[in-house]
Design a protein around this ligand. Structure first.
Ligand code: SF4
Length: 447
C-alpha cells in the first residue's frame, strides 16, 4: 500500500495555505473512476450512446448497463459540487428561481447547475438525459425532483414503485409487484429508448461482478469491528462506497477497486494501524462511534478533522448503507437477476421503517463495540432526519450508551456552523471521557 498526497482546499474562508491531503491508492482509483464516468457521460451523445439518470438508493445499474446507457446520478452531481464548493451559488440560483428554503438541497443544487448551463462538477457539459429512471425507494422527494427535471429535459420517464417496508419485512407479494414492473414497464422502456434488446445473460454476467465487489465492501466495512479499527466507517467509507453506489456496480473496474482497497486494509491490520485521515495516520483511537445521517459535503474535511483531532473513529454508519444494505446478507443474485434487483430496492435504507433502523443502529453499537451514537441531522433531508430524536432516545435506552445530536446540511454551506458543531462535539467527547472514567471506577470497586 502506498499513501500519496494531493493539494486540497481547506475550509471556506480560511487564510492558511491548503495542506496536502493524504490519499491511499484506492482513493486515487476512486477519483479516477468518478471523473472517468463524468467524461463518459459528457461525451456519450457524441459517440452515439444514450444517457440515463437515476438515484443512488435503488439504482438498477446492472440493468442500465445491459442497454449501454452512460449513467448520470443527480445526487452524486450535487455531492461533488458540494465538495468542490460550487453548490452554494447553485442553491441560491434555484431559490431565486422560486424553490423554497425547505427543499432538499441536493435538488436545488441540481436545478441550480442546470440554470448555470448544466456544467458538471468536473467542468464538462452534462448532456440532457434520454431517460429518467425513477426507482422510488422511500424518499418522496425523488418523485418531486424528477417531476421538475422532466419539465426541463422533456424526456422519457419510467417509474419503478417500490413498496415501503411498513411491517419491517419483504413479503413475496411485494417482491412480485416490483419484479412485474421491471419486466413489464422498465425493461420495455429502456429497450425503446436505447434501441438495444434486453439480454438476461448479460445481466447475469454483470451481477457476478457485483457480488465480488459486494463481498469486499462488506469485508471492508466490517473490518472496523477490530480494535483499533483500520478504517473510518463514515468519513473514510465515503471513498469506499463511491464506486459500488454509483455507476460501477457490476463492472470489472469496481471489482479491481475493491480488491485494491481490501489489500490496503489487510496491510493496515497487519501493521496494527488505524484509519488514514486527510492529514495522515489517525492520532490514535480513543472513542468509537456509530453515526446516523449523511455527512456535510461543503466542509467535509473540516468536519472530519473535528473527529480525528479528538481521537474519535466512526466504526459504523447508516450512511454507508444508503446505496445498498449488504452487511446483513443481501447480494445480487445472478441466478435470479430480476428478483434480486427487486429485493435490492426493497431493502434500501431509505425504505426501512423506524424499528428496523433502530435495530440496525443498536446492532452496530453492540457488534462494533461502540462508545456512543452521534446523529448528524440534515436540515433538508426528511428521509433521514424525520424521527431521529426518537431514534436517539430509543438507542440510548436500549444500549445505555450516550448519544448526541448535531445539525448541518448536505450541500448548503449556510447550514454548516463550524463553531457550533465543534462545541457540541467537544462537550460530547468530554461526556464520553467521564462515562469511561466512571465505568473504570465501578470496575475497580467490584474487584
Ligand atoms: S430528501 Fe434526502 S434522501 Fe431524499 S433526495 Fe434529498 S437527500 Fe436524498
Amino acid at each position: 500500500m502506498s499513501t500519496t498526497v494531493q493539494m486540497m482546499p481547506s475550509s471556506a474562508g480560511a487564510k492558511k495555505p491548503a495542506a496536502p491531503v493524504q490519499k491511499e491508492d484506492s482513493m486515487w482509483l476512486q477519483k479516477e473512476l468518478i471523473n472517468g464516468n463524468y467524461h463518459e457521460v459528457a461525451t456519450a451523445h457524441a459517440v452515439g450512446k444514450k444517457v440515463s439518470a437515476t438515484f443512488v438508493p435503488g439504482n438498477l445499474n446492472e440493468l442500465l448497463m445491459c442497454f449501454d446507457f452512460a449513467r448520470r446520478l443527480p445526487e452524486t452531481d450535487a455531492l461533488q459540487n458540494g465538495m468542490r464548493k460550487k453548490s452554494g451559488k447553485m442553491i441560491m440560483d434555484a431559490e431565486r428561481d422560486g424553490h423554497s428554503e425547505d427543499v432538499c438541497t441536493y435538488v436545488k443544487s441540481d436545478l441550480g447547475m442546470m440554470l448555470q448551463g448544466d456544467l458538471g462538477p468536473t467542468g464538462e457539459p452534462m448532456p440532457k438525459p434520454d431517460v429518467l429512471l425513477l426507482s422510488y425507494t422511500g424518499c418522496f422527494t425523488f418523485m418531486k425532483w424528477f417531476e421538475l427535471v422532466r419539465q426541463k429535459y422533456d424526456c422519457e420517464t419510467v417509474m419503478l414503485h417500490v413498496p415501503y417496508q411498513g411491517d419491517g419485512r419483504i413479503n413475496p407479494a411485494m417482491r412480485d409487484y416490483v419484479v412485474k414492473q421491471i419486466n413489464d414497464k422498465v425493461i420495455p422502456t429502456l429497450e425503446k429508448v436505447s434501441g438495444v434488446k434486453f439480454d438476461i445473460d448479460r445481466l447475469r454476467q454483470y451481477m457476478k461482478e457485483s457480488v465480488k465487489a459486494e463481498e469486499n465492501l462488506v469485508w471492508t466495512l466490517q473490518s472496523a469491528k477490530r480494535k483499533p479499527s483500520p478504517i473510518d466507517g463514515y468519513f473514510g467509507a465515503v471513498y469506499y462506497i463511491g464506486p459500488i453506489f454509483t455507476a460501477f456496480r457490476g463492472t470489472p473496474q469496481a471489482t479491481k477497486f475493491y480488491d485494491t482497497l481490501r489489500g490496503e486494509i489487510e496491510q493496515r491490520i497487519r501493521e496494527g494501524k488505524g484509519p488514514v485521515t486527510p492529514e495522515g495516520e489517525h492520532p490514535g483511537e480513543k472513542y468509537r462511534l456509530v453515526v446516523e445521517g449523511p455527512p456535510n459535503w461543503t466542509s467535509f474535511r473540516d468536519f472530519w478533522k473535528m473527529f480525528y483531532d479528538e481521537g474519535a473513529v466512526v466504526v459504523a454508519s447508516t450512511y454507508a448503507k444508503v446505496g445498498g444494505v449488504y452487511d446483513f446478507g443481501f447480494r445480487h443474485d445472478p441466478d435470479h437477476p430480476i428478483e434480486s434487483l427487486a429485493e435490492y430496492c426493497l431493502g434500501c435504507y431509505t425504505n426501512l421503517n423506524f424499528p428496523q433502523r433502530i435495530d440496525m443502529i443498536c446492532k452496530y453499537m453492540d457488534e462494533y463495540q461502540a462508545d456512543g451514537l452521534l446523529i448528524n441531522s440534515i436540515k433538508s433531508c426528511n428521509s433521514f432526519s424525520a424521527g431521529q430524536l426518537l431514534i436517539l432516545r430509543e438507542v440510548e435506552k436500549r444500549t445505555g450508551k450516550p448519544a448526541a445530536f448535531i445539525e448541518s446540511d448536505l450541500v448548503d454551506p449556510r447550514y454548516f456552523s463550524a463553531a457550533n458543531i465543534k462545541n457540541r462535539l467537544e462537550s460530547y467527547f468530554q461526556m464520553q471521557k467521564r462515562t469511561a472514567a466512571q465505568s473504570a471506577d465501578q470496575t475497580r470497586a467490584v474487584h
